[in-house]
Design a protein around this ligand. Structure first.
Ligand SMILES: Nc1nc2c(c(=O)[nH]1)N[C@H]1C(S)=C(S)[C@@H](COP(=O)(O)O)O[C@H]1N2
Ligand SMILES: [Mo]
Length: 258
């Protein structure tokens, strides 16, 4: 019982903290709106979320400006072929929206401008690709945990699945669409971002414009580019070929810890 109370106390604190962040990032929210949202968030917090918050674990190393790589390779897709993507690119992604849906209380649909007005984090980290190259870059974006808290996770939520705009090949599941997934521990890690900025500028198309995932304690293929949709699920068995990601469906590890 006392453990439960402690957990509730801890969560109360961090959820209220997120509410304050939201208030700071969007002055159109009235005090009572944000109180309502915080109450709703606290109500929907699950055991999984609690564990994620309590055992979020170590931070990936962060570097200085002087360490930035002069060249940061683009890998995998560098320009999605999908015609809808071409159309959105032509209008500077003003028509693009990110949806957050699935096992959430209140699905979200956010434009790039709306994302840019939310509280952000900037971090300089090293990207490690399984193919054997690394590069240090500076990333700016919205902490994923903040958005998931705002959407409100359902009691059975376990994973966030990231659906992308690009297809790499069409041989195995008929679509070849890139996707990835994280458990809630990594989704709520403070360095897990939905990044719209790279090295102080807008995220370039070659690196996943308008929005990509940064999940700094895992290998490069987990960092889904060209995000369109985040789907909260209890299992990824029925998505793609059922292994939690495009490369996982082709034999790579689902947990790609560095
Ligand atoms: N949508 C999408 N995301 C992706 C890929 C991809 O081909 N498509 N490639 C992955 C791999 S293997 C790596 S190493 C990084 C490369 O990111 P970069 O192009 O910014 O270097 O993106 C990852 N995310
Ligand atoms: Mo990679």
């Amino acid at each position: 019982m006392s453990r439960l109370l402690t957990r509730r106390g801890f969560l109360g604190g961090s959820v209220a903290g997120a509410g304050t962040l939201l208030l700071g990032g969007c002055d159109r929210l009235t005090q009572s709106d944000s109180v309502q949202r915080v109450l709703r968030m606290a109500e929907s917090v699950t055991m999984g979320t609690q564990r994620a918050l309590l055992s979020g674990g170590a931070l990936a190393r962060e570097f200085d400006e002087a360490d930035l790589s002069p060249i940061f390779k683009s890998n995998g897709t560098s320009l999605p072929e999908w015609e809808d993507y071409a159309r959105m690119m032509a209008t500077n992604f003003t028509d693009w929206r990110l949806s957050i849906d699935g096992l959430v209380r209140q699905p979200l649909s956010l434009s790039l401008d709306e994302l840019k007005r939310l509280p952000s984090r900037t971090q300089i980290t090293r990207h490690d690709c399984v193919e054997g190259w690394s590069a240090i870059g500076k990333w700016t974006g919205v902490p994923l945990g903040l958005l998931l808290q705002t959407a409100g996770l359902a009691a059975n939520a376990r994973y966030a699945v990231f659906h992308c705009a690009d297809a790499l090949e069409r041989t195995l599941d008929g679509s070849g669409r890139y996707y990835e997934s994280l458990d809630l521990t990594d989704a709520f890690h403070p360095q897990t971002l939905l990044a719209y900025g790279m090295n102080g500028a807008d995220l370039p198309v070659a690196h996943g414009a308008p929005l990509r995932l940064r999940v700094e304690r895992q290998l490069g293929y987990k960092h889904a580019k060209y995000l369109m949709r985040i789907e909260v699920v209890d299992s990824f068995a029925r998505i793609g070929l059922g292994n939690g990601g495009f490369w996982e469906d082709r034999g790579y590890e689902w947990y790609a810890g560095i």
